[in-house]
Design a protein around this ligand. Structure first.
Ligand code: 5GP
Length: 178
Protein backbone atom coordinates (compact mmCIF):
# COMPACT_ATOMS: atom_id res chain seq x y z
CA UNK A 1 0.00 0.00 0.00
CA UNK A 2 1.46 3.35 -0.94
CA UNK A 3 -1.01 5.44 1.12
CA UNK A 4 -2.98 4.78 4.30
CA UNK A 5 -5.51 6.79 6.30
CA UNK A 6 -5.18 6.70 10.09
CA UNK A 7 -7.91 8.50 12.03
CA UNK A 8 -8.13 11.91 10.33
CA UNK A 9 -4.68 11.90 8.66
CA UNK A 10 -3.14 10.61 5.44
CA UNK A 11 0.23 8.83 5.43
CA UNK A 12 2.45 7.79 2.53
CA UNK A 13 4.88 4.89 2.27
CA UNK A 14 8.28 6.02 3.55
CA UNK A 15 10.51 3.06 4.55
CA UNK A 16 9.60 -0.38 3.20
CA UNK A 17 9.82 -3.45 5.41
CA UNK A 18 12.90 -4.97 3.75
CA UNK A 19 14.89 -1.78 4.31
CA UNK A 20 13.84 -1.62 7.98
CA UNK A 21 14.76 -5.25 8.48
CA UNK A 22 18.20 -4.76 6.92
CA UNK A 23 18.86 -1.82 9.27
CA UNK A 24 17.73 -3.87 12.28
CA UNK A 25 19.95 -6.80 11.30
CA UNK A 26 22.94 -4.41 11.25
CA UNK A 27 22.06 -3.22 14.78
CA UNK A 28 21.72 -6.84 15.95
CA UNK A 29 25.16 -7.69 14.56
CA UNK A 30 26.75 -4.68 16.31
CA UNK A 31 25.08 -5.58 19.60
CA UNK A 32 26.06 -9.25 19.32
CA UNK A 33 29.67 -8.25 18.70
CA UNK A 34 29.96 -5.63 21.44
CA UNK A 35 27.84 -7.21 24.17
CA UNK A 36 29.09 -10.80 23.93
CA UNK A 37 30.18 -12.12 27.34
CA UNK A 38 28.54 -9.21 29.24
CA UNK A 39 25.20 -10.98 29.88
CA UNK A 40 23.23 -7.78 29.21
CA UNK A 41 19.68 -7.12 30.36
CA UNK A 42 17.69 -5.71 27.44
CA UNK A 43 14.77 -3.53 28.49
CA UNK A 44 12.24 -3.15 25.70
CA UNK A 45 10.31 0.09 26.01
CA UNK A 46 6.65 -0.68 25.25
CA UNK A 47 4.45 -0.18 23.38
CA UNK A 48 6.22 1.21 20.32
CA UNK A 49 9.34 -0.99 20.38
CA UNK A 50 7.54 -4.36 20.27
CA UNK A 51 7.99 -4.93 16.53
CA UNK A 52 11.57 -3.62 16.45
CA UNK A 53 12.42 -5.92 19.37
CA UNK A 54 10.79 -8.97 17.78
CA UNK A 55 12.87 -8.47 14.63
CA UNK A 56 16.04 -7.51 16.52
CA UNK A 57 16.16 -10.53 18.80
CA UNK A 58 15.85 -13.00 15.92
CA UNK A 59 19.43 -11.92 15.15
CA UNK A 60 20.99 -11.19 18.57
CA UNK A 61 22.85 -14.43 19.21
CA UNK A 62 24.48 -13.87 22.62
CA UNK A 63 23.63 -14.88 26.17
CA UNK A 64 21.28 -12.22 27.55
CA UNK A 65 18.05 -11.47 29.39
CA UNK A 66 15.09 -9.65 27.90
CA UNK A 67 12.42 -7.79 29.82
CA UNK A 68 9.82 -5.10 29.18
CA UNK A 69 9.12 -1.68 30.66
CA UNK A 70 6.62 0.99 29.86
CA UNK A 71 6.87 4.75 29.84
CA UNK A 72 4.98 7.16 27.71
CA UNK A 73 5.35 10.84 26.88
CA UNK A 74 3.43 10.99 23.68
CA UNK A 75 -0.07 11.81 22.57
CA UNK A 76 -1.04 12.90 19.07
CA UNK A 77 1.52 13.90 16.45
CA UNK A 78 4.04 15.99 18.37
CA UNK A 79 6.25 15.02 21.28
CA UNK A 80 5.12 16.56 24.56
CA UNK A 81 7.45 17.58 27.38
CA UNK A 82 5.62 15.39 29.91
CA UNK A 83 7.57 12.33 31.04
CA UNK A 84 5.64 9.77 33.05
CA UNK A 85 6.81 7.04 35.39
CA UNK A 86 8.85 4.01 34.39
CA UNK A 87 6.65 1.01 35.15
CA UNK A 88 6.95 -2.76 34.97
CA UNK A 89 10.63 -3.09 35.87
CA UNK A 90 10.70 -6.59 37.37
CA UNK A 91 14.45 -7.30 37.25
CA UNK A 92 17.16 -5.91 39.49
CA UNK A 93 19.34 -3.61 37.40
CA UNK A 94 22.02 -3.10 40.06
CA UNK A 95 25.46 -3.80 38.63
CA UNK A 96 24.00 -4.97 35.29
CA UNK A 97 24.85 -3.98 31.72
CA UNK A 98 21.55 -2.55 30.49
CA UNK A 99 20.53 -1.96 26.89
CA UNK A 100 17.35 0.09 26.44
CA UNK A 101 15.48 -0.88 23.27
CA UNK A 102 13.41 2.03 21.94
CA UNK A 103 11.35 2.55 18.77
CA UNK A 104 12.32 6.15 18.06
CA UNK A 105 14.29 8.92 19.71
CA UNK A 106 12.94 12.38 19.01
CA UNK A 107 13.86 15.07 21.58
CA UNK A 108 15.53 12.42 23.73
CA UNK A 109 13.75 13.58 26.87
CA UNK A 110 12.08 10.21 27.48
CA UNK A 111 15.38 8.34 27.20
CA UNK A 112 17.22 10.87 29.37
CA UNK A 113 14.67 10.28 32.12
CA UNK A 114 14.89 6.50 31.77
CA UNK A 115 18.70 6.44 31.74
CA UNK A 116 18.82 8.63 34.89
CA UNK A 117 16.31 6.39 36.62
CA UNK A 118 18.33 3.23 35.83
CA UNK A 119 21.57 4.88 36.97
CA UNK A 120 19.91 5.77 40.29
CA UNK A 121 19.04 2.09 40.59
CA UNK A 122 22.80 1.44 40.25
CA UNK A 123 22.95 -0.04 36.78
CA UNK A 124 26.58 -0.63 35.88
CA UNK A 125 26.18 0.79 32.38
CA UNK A 126 23.19 1.92 30.33
CA UNK A 127 23.30 1.73 26.54
CA UNK A 128 20.61 2.74 24.10
CA UNK A 129 19.44 0.96 20.94
CA UNK A 130 16.87 2.71 18.79
CA UNK A 131 15.28 1.70 15.50
CA UNK A 132 14.93 5.34 14.40
CA UNK A 133 16.56 8.60 15.40
CA UNK A 134 15.57 12.18 14.53
CA UNK A 135 18.90 14.06 14.88
CA UNK A 136 17.32 17.44 14.12
CA UNK A 137 14.89 17.09 17.04
CA UNK A 138 17.43 15.76 19.55
CA UNK A 139 17.97 18.12 22.52
CA UNK A 140 20.05 15.89 24.79
CA UNK A 141 23.71 14.90 24.86
CA UNK A 142 23.74 11.25 25.92
CA UNK A 143 25.31 8.86 23.40
CA UNK A 144 23.02 6.67 21.33
CA UNK A 145 24.99 3.46 20.95
CA UNK A 146 22.95 1.65 18.29
CA UNK A 147 20.84 3.38 15.61
CA UNK A 148 18.86 1.61 12.88
CA UNK A 149 18.19 4.68 10.73
CA UNK A 150 18.29 8.45 11.02
CA UNK A 151 15.23 10.27 9.70
CA UNK A 152 14.09 13.91 9.36
CA UNK A 153 11.52 15.46 11.70
CA UNK A 154 8.44 14.00 10.00
CA UNK A 155 5.76 12.22 12.01
CA UNK A 156 5.74 8.54 11.11
CA UNK A 157 3.68 5.43 11.87
CA UNK A 158 3.92 1.68 11.30
CA UNK A 159 6.31 -1.08 12.42
CA UNK A 160 5.13 -0.59 16.02
CA UNK A 161 4.69 3.18 15.92
CA UNK A 162 1.20 4.57 16.37
CA UNK A 163 -0.96 7.57 15.74
CA UNK A 164 -3.32 7.63 18.74
CA UNK A 165 -2.93 3.84 19.13
CA UNK A 166 -3.65 2.99 15.49
CA UNK A 167 -1.28 1.81 12.70
CA UNK A 168 1.21 -0.06 14.92
CA UNK A 169 0.47 -3.23 12.93
CA UNK A 170 1.73 -2.06 9.51
CA UNK A 171 4.95 -3.83 8.45
CA UNK A 172 6.21 -0.74 6.56
CA UNK A 173 6.83 2.79 7.89
CA UNK A 174 4.64 5.64 6.63
CA UNK A 175 5.11 9.38 6.96
CA UNK A 176 2.42 11.97 7.39
CA UNK A 177 1.28 13.82 4.27
CA UNK A 178 1.21 17.49 5.21
P1 5GP B 1 11.19 11.91 22.88
O1 5GP B 1 11.11 11.87 24.36
O2 5GP B 1 12.51 11.40 22.35
O3 5GP B 1 10.88 13.28 22.34
O4 5GP B 1 10.04 11.02 22.33
C1 5GP B 1 10.14 9.66 22.28
C2 5GP B 1 8.78 9.02 22.05
O5 5GP B 1 7.95 9.85 21.25
C3 5GP B 1 8.95 7.74 21.28
O6 5GP B 1 9.13 6.64 22.12
C4 5GP B 1 7.64 7.65 20.52
O7 5GP B 1 6.68 7.01 21.32
C5 5GP B 1 7.24 9.08 20.33
N1 5GP B 1 7.55 9.58 18.96
C6 5GP B 1 8.52 10.45 18.60
N2 5GP B 1 8.50 10.69 17.27
C7 5GP B 1 7.47 9.94 16.78
C8 5GP B 1 6.94 9.74 15.45
O8 5GP B 1 7.39 10.29 14.43
N3 5GP B 1 5.89 8.89 15.35
C9 5GP B 1 5.34 8.25 16.42
N4 5GP B 1 4.30 7.45 16.19
N5 5GP B 1 5.81 8.41 17.68
C10 5GP B 1 6.88 9.24 17.86
Amino acid sequence: MSRIKVHDKEFELYIPQDQIERAIKKVADEISFEMAGKNPLFLIVLNGAFMFAAELFKHVNIECEISFVKLSSYSGTSSTAVVRELIGLDHSVANREIVLVEDIIDTGLTMRYTIDKLKKLEAKNVRVATMLFKPNAFKESFPIDYIGMEIPNDFIVGFGLDYNEHARNYPDIYKIVS
